[in-house]
Design a protein around this ligand. Structure first.
Ligand code: SF4
Ligand code: SF4
Length: 380
């Protein structure tokens, strides 16, 4: 059976338009009742990276959150929402985004993701044990609300990666430390999703992010909302829109290989996906790996070849976020000349997780290929 992805045009975040688009998408998949049921506790998981207003296109738009919540509530399910953002407090971030206010108005309760419990997962291909937010474990089912965005490490961040936020707070940094190469990181995400098994994904692609994502990129009007119960398929559909080869995205290749979902055989329903393809979408299409898979940290090759985070001193406000979020001990980006000037990277210690680039509030960090890496790549 092919995986089914509903593709629905939605050119605006006007509430009524988004509500209609999500409703049409659900109908195309057989109705909301196929995914959630009366009296179940269903957890909504938006992409809440940081507190940023919707025009910054960093997070799932509150209108999409609202539309999904209103449609699912009609089934009689009890709804809650939660996330563990990369930096700071979830509720404060959600208030800046507007999701907290929407949730309060709709009676969707907030659940805290800071407390977690260990859960064994013997079926895991790579990870046999996770610590997940207790709220995720206590829910009957999870509906994930990813945003169509680029990502320095994984090229694109979609439905599969959105569940990384189900791991409480600083424990996420441990995973970056344990699996610094992108393939293993993708495998971990696939196992995580095989454990959680989200019921449904609703992807906000009305205005996506391109370039220096997932936080510092630029808005790109796409005009689409996609829905599927197959997270690999919906991410492959997002790749098609970004004109990105899905075999370059580890969560898609490993997701298909390990039975999370299917990218090779997709049935599109609704509007024609080709209408939404942005050929020049600014995304990393290079075949060069974003990390040096499997090599010990600090190798000369890593320093000379693998893309690295670079601070633009003119944009840096010396806020210290990059230093705080760096998971390496001692820090691979740190103050060297006092706190009033930009921090400095130690590329020998840097594992290329790009958390600093991901969370810099000033868009002051870009991921750049070193000169030798550019040369080698041109020859390959
Ligand atoms: S997070 Fe960005 S702005 Fe803040 S200190 Fe680091 S580079 Fe500078
Ligand atoms: S410096 Fe940045 S990319 Fe390097 S390990 Fe620290 S957070 Fe990750």
């Amino acid at each position: 059976m092919p995986a089914k992805v509903a593709v629905v045009r939605c050119d605006t975040y006007e509430d009524a338009a988004v509500f209609d688009a999500v409703g049409r998408g659900l109908e195309l998949l057989g109705g909301a009742g196929r995914f959630v049921h009366d009296a179940e506790n269903i957890l909504l998981k938006p992409n809440l990276l940081v507190g940023a207003t919707p025009d910054k296109v960093v997070n799932t738009h509150p209108a999409v959150f609202s539309a999904v919540a209103r449609h699912l509530a009609e089934t009689g399910a009890a709804l809650s929402w939660g996330d563990s953002p990369g930096f700071g407090n979830a509720l404060a971030a959600a208030r800046k985004v507007g999701i907290a206010q929407v949730a309060e108005a709709l009676g969707v309760s907030y659940v805290d993701f800071t407390e977690g419990r260990q859960v064994s997962f013997p079926e895991g291909e790579l990870i046999k044990q996770f610590v997940l937010a207790s709220a995720v474990l206590d829910a009957d089912g999870l509906v994930t609300l990813p945003k169509l965005k680029t990502h320095a490490l994984t090229r694109m961040t979609g439905a599969v990666k959105n569940q990384f936020g189900c791991i409480p707070g600083m424990l996420k940094g441990e995973f970056h430390m344990r699996m610094p190469d992108v393939e293993r990181f993708a495998q971990m995400l696939v196992d995580l999703n095989r454990l959680i098994r989200p019921r449904l994904a609703v992807m906000d692609g009305v205005i996506g992010m391109e370039g220096n994502g997932p936080r510092g990129g630029d808005p790109r009007q796409v005009g689409v909302i996609m829905l599927s119960d197959d997270l690999v398929a919906i991410d492959a559909a997002a790749c098609r829109i970004m004109n990105l080869d899905p075999t370059l995205v580890g969560t898609i290749t490993w997701g298909e290989q390990w039975g999370l979902g299917g990218a090779s055989d997709i049935e599109f329903v609704g509007d024609h996906i080709e209408e939404f393809v942005v050929k020049e979408y600014n995304v990393n299409r290079s075949r060069q790996a974003t990390t040096d898979s499997g090599k010990p940290k600090g190798t000369l090759a890593k320093r000379l070849v693998v893309p690295r985070p670079v601070i633009d001193a003119a944009k840096c406000t010396a806020c210290g976020t990059c230093v705080s979020v760096c998971p390496v001990t001692p820090k691979a980006v740190d103050w060297k000349d006092g706190k009033g000037v930009p921090p400095v990277h130690d590329y020998a210690a840097c594992i290329r997780c790009y958390c600093c680039q991901e969370l810099c509030p000033e868009r002051a960090i870009e991921v750049e290929v070193p000169p030798l890496g550019r040369l080698l790549h041109r020859r390959s």
